[in-house]
Design a protein around this ligand. Structure first.
Ligand code: ADP
Ligand code: MG
Length: 704
């Protein structure tokens, strides 16, 4: 449970004075609340960071004030000159003075009573705002602050500026933030003293205070020391939580899986190629995980065509060598079928009993699979979401492989894991989406990672070219030449509108057009076809009966037809980089020279142009992923953002990546030295975890 001394921070923001039922709704609009939190709390106000600062420190006498600047003046109120009754256009002026000159404070549409109360004649007031010259006179229109000498401290000389929403004033936000700072109790230090000293970082309390009550204009910048310290606190909390989850998964009910390698050897013999270095490395890492007395939770990252399927099969073979079962789950039926086709000959050679289960297997066929699965007569089950159905019971599921992870959520990952009898199923998640390292750490920090960095031998580069739609005829001429040389072509038509119907219409139109030219060697694949029709079309293309396959974006990421060497993508400007890269990965798998033609409709927007240029420049999935991130401005992982992925509240600072690396190392070290966080620093770190709402992670201690 969260320690009681933090409770004031987690109380509703309505407990702050000045924030009532109306303002809380406005706060809700402009504060970034974590998932599941519906009403802003004090802590959310605390993490609502200023985006700038208004400097009111210049306190000149009138004679020395520079027009156009923001100043704070000490003035004596001389005379009120209200706007004449009935003339709402004329301003209300109040003349004030100091020892060196005079100034008019100017108010439009002002409530007279209010001004009279604020500026009683003969009294001293501190007034802050932008000073202007108006003819011969100095004036200040609608001062930001007017305070009496007693209330001087209420006026910030360095005023943080907050992101606001209509109806919520900066003054209210500031007042709320200052109160929130006041609610922060004295907290024990969780960072290493030497680390703080080296970086000149302030203590936590001081850091939050300086952000909301800056002493220096520079304090309100993301590179400033207080801000950096808070960012590091947030990152460390996240990395510590991940480290705890990882450790917990591993210590939890482990199971050693060591095979004798016989089945794997048979598979290797049946392969027409030898494994790449990175496939071998990945398999060693996986075998080590499986042999260890803890559960595997590993992410296998490999660009399209890098050969993940073989790694999956070998991984599953370890389970079978150990006398258990394995499952491979694909996101779609087409992919599941493709997997089984690839795997079947190898499985045959190695004596593995495999079966398919998708939404299409029904009735007797389905019953048969389910009963053989329960008795252990099936070694490897390949399928789709259908594997989740509750009547699908394995005899002993030891390894689950999930392909193309970005279409599955964490919950599904968990659900498949629990299909194992003891909840101890080893999980390998495979993704073709290159995820930049920093995102991996922040979003998939609970998974270990293996990478396939080498392309299988014999891969040819794919020549990529962006071509305006006007040159379609010329492209078709080239395709004609290529076809006579035995080429095969994917022709992708994108979503035109958000409706399936128009999407399909575009593909059908192109299909009809190409048919006129190339006859019945042109096929059409789209989402509206039945599963059987899709299979037949795919099979005809794979067998080479069809030369051109026109498709809506249903050509699945994992589809493998090595002879296909041309990818035409229409309206390429409408696709994201990741998608373009995935589609291009369909070609360049065989021996033929390969092409990717990006047909676009001119004129191109800036981002679209940058994307197409990037595609022409490189095939490196990681570079493309980084660029994609840049073009999208961060945040999303290649359209694959996981629900519940943590967003940062403060940590989006310059130098974040370096801080993140440090936090990760720090977290590992902390748990090595003090696995249960019982030392003095350990206790303080628990407070840090609660402060950043990683309660789940702390709870794991009780389970351990
Ligand atoms: P992906 O990583 O996209 O799932 P696949 O597993 O479908 O890639 O592999 C793509 C193609 O590469 C397949 O035809 C596969 O047989 C072939 N392949 C896999 N590993 C190798 C290798 N080591 N050498 C040569 N070809 C390979
Ligand atoms: Mg694949």
């Amino acid at each position: 449970m969260r320690p009681a001394f933090l409770n004031p921070l987690f109380a509703s923001a309505q407990t702050l004075s000045g924030i009532g039922p109306r303002l809380i709704l406005l706060l809700k609009k402009c504060l970034a609340l974590p998932p599941g939190v519906s009403e802003p709390r004090v802590i959310d106000v605390l993490w609502h960071m200023p985006t700038g600062v208004i400097d009111r420190r210049s306190q000149p006498q009138l004679a020395a004030a520079v027009p156009g600047t923001i100043v704070t003046l000490e003035l004596r109120v001389l005379k009120h000159k209200p706007s004449p009754r009935g003339n709402t256009k004329a301003p209300y002026k109040v003349t004030c003075e100091d020892d060196t000159g005079r100034i008019d404070l100017v108010f439009f549409h002002a409530e007279h009573k209010f001004i009279e109360r604020q500026l009683p004649e003969g009294e001293i007031r501190f007034v802050s705002g932008r000073i202007e010259r108006y003819g011969e006179k100095l004036q200040m229109t609608h001062p930001d602050y007017i305070v009496s000498p007693e209330a001087r401290d209420d006026m910030p000389l360095l005023e943080p500026v907050y992101p606001l929403t209509a109806g919520l004033s900066g003054k209210i936000a500031l007042k709320a933030a200052r109160q929130a700072v006041g609610r922060v109790p004295e907290l024990p230090e969780w960072q290493e003293p030497t680390w703080l000293e080296q970086r000149y970082w302030p203590k936590f309390n001081e850091a939050v205070a300086r952000v909301h009550r800056p002493e220096d204009a520079h304090d309100v910048s993301m590179g400033a020391l207080p801000w950096q310290r808070l960012a590091y606190d947030e990152l460390l909390a996240g990395q510590l939580a991940f480290a705890l989850v990882r450790r917990n998964l591993k210590t939890e009910r482990g199971r050693r899986l060591t095979g004798d390698g016989k089945i794997r050897a048979k598979i290797a013999d049946a392969l027409p190629f030898s494994l790449t270095g990175s496939q071998k490395t990945a398999l060693t890492e996986i075998a080590d995980d499986l042999a260890a007395p803890h559960r595997m939770l590993r992410l296998l990252q490999g660009d399209v065509g890098s050969g993940k399927t073989v790694v999956a099969l070998m991984t599953m073979a370890v389970a079978v060598e150990g006398g258990a079962q394995a499952a491979l789950m694909a996101p779609t039926e087409v992919l599941a079928r493709q997997h089984i086709e690839t795997i079947a000959p190898l499985a045959d050679a190695a004596g593995l009993r495999i079966a398919l289960l998708t939404g299409r297997e029904k009735g007797k066929a389905r019953d048969a699979v389910i009963s053989r699965l329960a008795t252990g007569e099936i070694d490897i089950l390949i399928g789709t979401h259908a594997l989740f159905q509750s009547d699908v019971q394995f005899k002993d599921l030891a390894v689950a492989v999930i392909d193309e992870q970005h279409r599955f959520g964490v919950h599904q990952r968990m659900a498949l894991q629990s299909k194992g009898s003891n909840g101890d199923t080893n999980v390998l998640v495979m993704t073709a989406t290159p995820i930049p390292r920093t995102l991996l750490m922040t979003h998939y920090g609970d998974l270990d990672v293996s990478k396939l960095t080498e392309k299988p031998a014999g891969r040819k580069p794919v020549v990529t070219k962006a071509v305006p739609l006007e040159l379609l005829e010329r492209l078709i001429d080239r395709v004609r030449v290529q076809l006579t040389e035995g080429a095969q072509v994917y022709w992708v038509c994108p979503l035109i509108e958000t409706s399936e119907v128009t999407d399909l219409a575009a593909a059908e139109e192109r299909f009809a057009y190409l048919r006129q030219i190339f006859g019945d060697t042109v096929g059409l694949l789209h989402g509206g076809l039945s599963g059987k029709e899709k299979d037949e079309t795919m099979a005809a293309f794979a067998a080479g009966h069809l030369k051109i396959l026109v498709a809506t974006t249903v050509i699945e990421v994992g589809v493998n037809v090595p002879n296909a060497n041309i990818m035409v993508i229409e309206h390429a400007e409408r696709f994201g980089l990741a998608q373009l890269h995935q589609l291009r990965g369909r070609v360049g798998r065989g021996t033929r020279e390969s092409f990717c033609m990006l047909l676009y409709k001119a004129p191109l927007g800036e981002t679209a142009e940058a994307r197409l240029k990037m595609m022409e420049e490189t095939e490196d999935g990681f570079r493309i992923a980084e660029k994609d991130l840049e073009l999208r401005g961060g945040g999303e992982i290649l359209g694959a953002r996981q629900s519940g992925a943590p967003g940062f509240r403060i940590a989006e600072v310059p130098g974040r990546d370096a801080l993140l690396e440090a936090a990760r190392d720090d977290a590992e070290l902390i748990l090595q030295k003090d696995p249960n966080l019982v030392s003095e620093r350990g206790q303080a770190l628990r407070t840090l975890l609660y402060l950043f709402e990683c309660d789940e992670a702390v709870r794991l201690f009780r389970a351990a």
